[in-house]
Write a protein that binds this ligand. Structure first.
Ligand code: I3S
Length: 128
């Protein structure tokens, strides 16, 4: 939790299902592969976890070992332009090291909440 300038307490942690695809790795474009992933924001790091259905039965591992972890220090988040995807409600997350992801969800309120919390986390990280 973080105490903002005006004294209110913000909890910059969140988890939920989102659709995501990697679009760049080490600054190089990669082929999109949209998948539903369990997405967790914790401690300034965003992690994508494998689809529970593809993990071994009952494996707690899916909650513990992320498929990808994006350190939000030095990352940027913005709404993706129409050229980036034909889907609606698409966010573009650029990490350091030339990592780039698109995240998307059809329900506007859900993606808006993610946008807000990611913007706040990135902003907060600037002062660390
Ligand atoms: O930006 P692109 O290349 O048009 O992205 C689409 C493709 O990745 C497509 O798969 P193929 O690699 O088989 O062409 C995906 O099924 C689409 O979902 C991608 O576009 P959107 O607009 O959905 O991000």
């Amino acid at each position: 939790a973080v105490v903002s300038e005006c004294g209110s307490v913000q909890n910059l942690e969140k988890a939920g299902i989102l659709n995501k695809t990697k679009v760049c790795e080490n600054g190089k474009k990669v082929r999109k592969n949209w998948t539903q992933t369990w997405t967790v924001l914790h401690g300034g790091v965003l992690t994508f976890h494998k689809d529970p259905k593809s993990a071994p039965t009952g494996a707690l591992v899916r909650f513990i070992v992320p498929e990808v972890a994006v350190d939000l220090r030095g990352a940027t988040i913005s709404w993706a332009s129409k050229e980036k995807s034909s889907k609606k409600n698409v966010l573009e997350l650029k990490g350091k090291n030339g990592m780039e992801f698109l995240v998307q969800y059809d329900t506007e309120s859900i993606i808006n909440d993610w946008y807000k919390v990611l913007v706040d986390t990135i902003r907060q990280n600037l002062y660390k």
